[in-house]
Design a binder for this molecule. Structure first.
Ligand code: S3P
Length: 419
């Protein structure tokens, strides 16, 4: 286990290109593996989660060539892999592959690390079984490892009981090989990458007023450039706002509205952030923040940004309340607990009340914290440490490589300490 020391800093300045979006990266790899022929992908996330997905499609028979940062993937027929498919730490990986593999005539076992083995899989198993899927938990019921025996599936109409793009996408990936139409009904909009990318690959899919209708078909080969990850841009946006004398520009960020809720919240808190959704440029400057209330219906559009928004709230005047955070309990860690415990260790007054997080603005002292293996807790702590009174030690720093191996290098470039 590695530890990282982060010192308080007087300013952050410069331009950053964040890694390719993680959610999009997983999906383009899966669609390229399904498409008959050569697809070309550039800008892919280099994080460990996406590397696991790349290894899985390769084990399933996709041919991958890499040249100057562009991947050429030849997909088509899937083969029976000769070992367990390992998603590592990736919830998106395991849930989407479970859907995709349910309708393909091979038998697979899919597993991940200890965090994955404690995350609920029933949310995908249950709708997929309604489509005719054969999925068995090999350990505890409803948890990975999962054994999937590909079957002929039938489309369903499924009303989402929770807002989850992973569940929606697992069903849509299964729907590609099902008989008849698959319809997913969402009462809260979640990220729309699966719908957008499937449409780009020529799949007959339409989305209207919360109803996503998919007619089974095979994706066509495609070319895709993966834009920057807004969830990573959020760390720099908050860093730029809370560190005095700062001016950070993040370029080329994917700007679909289901991902940019954090910008709305930061604006409401008084942050000086300019966002151009056309170009994907985000400019953040030091600002005085004040507290806000974030309501449940807003959460799906910033589901992964709560750790870093809690840091912004800790630097704001007044008490910020985030409501409706139940889903955070089943992320890479129980983030309601880990946000509360680690920010408390850094001197923040913060408490959990049922599914709400209540953060009192004030000063951040710094201290010794732990990522608990959660990349976003590690990076949110690092940004908080920049405005601490003393040096902060972040234990379990290696978790950052899950999504942002270049985080440290990018931070160094903004602090003027890069080599
Ligand atoms: C993701 C959806 C979200 C998000 C996760 C990535 C995706 O999960 O938290 O990091 O790629 O679809 P849920 O859909 O389960 O909320």
């Amino acid at each position: 286990m590695s530890a990282q020391e982060i010192e308080p800093i007087s300013s952050l300045t410069g331009k950053i290109n964040v890694p390719g979006d993680k959610s999009i990266s997983h999906r383009v790899l899966m669609l390229a593996a399904l498409a008959n022929g050569k697809s070309e992908i550039s800008g892919l996330s280099l994080g460990q989660d996406v590397q696991q997905t790349e290894s899985i499609i390769s084990a399933l028979g996709a041919k991958i060539e890499r040249k100057n940062g562009t991947l050429t993937i030849t997909g088509g027929e899937f083969q029976q892999p000769n070992s367990v498919l390992d998603v590592g730490n990736s919830g998106t990986g395991i849930r989407l592959f479970t859907g995709l593999l349910s309708g393909i005539p091979i038998q697979t076992t899919i597993n991940g690390d200890s965090s994955i083995q404690s995350r609920p899989m029933d949310r995908v198993i249950s709708p997929l079984q309604k489509m005719g899927a054969e999925i068995k938990s090999k350990g505890n019921k409803g948890y990975a490892p999962l054994e999937i025996t590909g079957k002929e599936l039938t489309g369903i109409e499924y009303e989402m009981p929770i807002p989850s793009a992973q569940v929606k996408s697992a069903i849509l990936f299964a729907g590609l090989s099902a008989q008849d139409t698959t319809t997913v009904i969402e009462s809260h909009a979640t990220r729309t990458h699966t719908e957008e990318l499937m449409a780009k690959c020529g799949i007959n899919i339409e989305s209207k007023q919360g109803r996503i209708i998919l007619r089974p078909s095979k994706p066509e080969p495609f070319k895709h450039y993966v834009e920057g990850d807004p969830s990573q841009a959020a760390f720099w946006a908050v860093g730029g706002v809370i560190v005095p004398h700062s001016h950070i520009e993040v370029e080329n960020v994917y700007s679909g509205t289901a991902r940019t809720g954090f910008i709305d919240v930061l604006h409401r808190m008084g942050a000086d952030i300019q966002h151009n959704p056309e170009t994907g440029t985000l400019v953040a400057r030091s600002s005085s923040l004040h507290a806000t209330k974030v309501e449940s219906h807003e959460i799906p559009s910033m589901i992964d940004e709560i750790p870093i928004l809690a840091v912004a709230a800790a630097c704001a005047e007044g008490t910020t309340v985030f409501e409706g955070l139940g889903e955070l309990k089943v992320k890479e860690t129980n983030r309601l607990e880990t946000i509360q415990s680690e920010l408390s260790r850094m001197g923040v007054t913060i408490r959990v009340e049922e599914d709400s997080l209540i953060v009192s603005g004030g000063s951040i002292t710094g201290g010794s914290v732990h990522s608990h293996g959660d990349h976003r807790i590690a990076m949110a702590s690092a940004i908080a440490a920049l405005v601490g009174e003393t040096t902060t030690q972040i234990n379990g720093w290696e978790a950052v490589s899950t999504s942002y191996p270049k985080f440290e290098e990018d931070l160094a470039s903004l602090t003027g300490k890069s080599t």
